[in-house]
Design a protein around this ligand. Sequence first.
Ligand SMILES: Nc1nc2c(ncn2[C@@H]2O[C@H](COP(=O)(O)OP(=O)(O)OP(=O)(O)O)[C@@H](O)[C@H]2O)c(=O)[nH]1
Ligand SMILES: [Mg+2]
Length: 224
Amino acid sequence: MRISLVILSYNEIVGLQILFDNIPFDVVDEVFAVDGGSTDGTLEFLKEKNITTYVQDIKGRGEAFRIAFRKSNCDAMIFYSPDGNEDPKDVPRFRPYFEQGYDLVIANRMGKGCYNEEDDQVLKLRKWTNNAFTFLANTIWNKGDYVEDTINGFRGITKQAWEEIALDGSGYTIEYQSSIRSFKKGLKIAEFPTHEYARIDGAKGSPAIPTGLAFVKLFLKELF
Ligand SMILES: Nc1nc2c(ncn2[C@@H]2O[C@H](COP(=O)(O)OP(=O)(O)OP(=O)(O)O)[C@@H](O)[C@H]2O)c(=O)[nH]1
Ligand SMILES: [Mg+2]
């Protein structure tokens, strides 16, 4: 089983500089980056590190996932975002699941023994919203074991499964769509517990309200 590690970046120079040396490149067979059009030195940094980088014509994580699928020469892809949320030490944890025949493997921030970036706050608005979308998707479409984190971007998928689910989602909804479509197709899904850390360059991140609305739209689209 050959695995690609796909670095997803959009103006992530601060995170990259801190995290890059901790990424265990030796456990994958291919590495490349898909970039949303960075202007902060991210592209120069990746070039200096000899990481092949595809710069998107159309922005958004949805498009980035689709480009990764077209560019990967392997059987499965792991998507890693170097903004600080995801622990690079988790990268080696995907392969055993793929080798056991799982189609979609998700780093779980929500279940027991997991940690979400809001867990030390009283108001966990983002976590609760995530969990509500997760509950709906499980209730409506999942015929297998409950999947606790349908939204985390830190996930891996086989190319065969990717082909089957044919995702057209844009932006930050792509992961949720990948979970919903995997439920619909009855694909084999595994989760392992992860610890979500704080964003390194705190100034950025996905905007809560537009992102929430995009999720509602995607949910309704999948429903009808
Ligand atoms: N390739 C690519 N990557 C993107 C794009 N938009 C965001 N990213 C990357 O995707 C990752 C996650 O985006 P964030 O903006 O951190 O979204 P988030 O994790 O939901 O938000 P925070 O919790 O605030 O970190 C980061 O590494 C971004 O650099 C894009 O259009 N293309
Ligand atoms: Mg983030």
